[in-house]
Design a protein around this ligand. Sequence first.
Ligand SMILES: [Zn+2]
Length: 261
Amino acid sequence: MTLKTALKTMIATAWDAGGRLAPTRPKLTILYYHAVPSAHAEAFAAQMQHLRKTANIVSADHTGPLDGSRPNVAVTFDDAFRTVRENALPALARHGVPATIFVPTGWLGRPPGWAMETSGDREEVVMTADEIRALPRDLITIGSHTVDHPRLTALSEPAAAAQLKDSRSALEALLGRTVDTLAFPYGDHDGRIIEQARAAGYRHVYTVAPQGVSEGDTAISRGRTSANPADSMSLFALKSRGAFDWMPMASKLKRLIRGRS
Ligand SMILES: [Zn+2]
């Protein structure tokens, strides 16, 4: 564990303890994974079992009431890697954990050619159209992860609009049902991209800033907390309780301080 990670975990532990002393409005913590390599299939299953025992598990696009007595958690996967189907799906089914998988529609059946978020994903392959279609509908929700997996804010307005619109219509044609959620590649977005996503018909868009969704929150944009099958159980438990929700505040503060100096 690096010093930075150790420090973050320490703050998360304190945040978690503080939250238990002074409970606030029920919140939903949305976790996001990428790959689930076979070496981590068992650890992932243990994480799902932990959620089943300790949390109220809902879908990432859940809007109704939340549980005030337990953590509310949703599970998502970015990139639609085949290892999710092979190594995560059995545990999701066994423990009855619904999940959303965000698909980059331009990469179906191919190894990811985009700049990687994590170095461990190099041997991954994005699921084929048939594999996506065969995912159990009662358990898995499909969302868009754009067509090409670009940094959306780096694109012109028409190019970003095409990424949002074309991925959605490709998935709807593939599945024969509505697709109205999107995860931003690299979490990259700004106000303009959010407005464009809204105009393209998305009901919810997901970032990579760990920020819980409060009960009754109607914002289109929802924060998520990064999860990894390699996380220790204690770290995973902290994440599932939204103990990293202080991080966006800390980044904001850092920007504010930097802006002044
Ligand atoms: Zn991605």
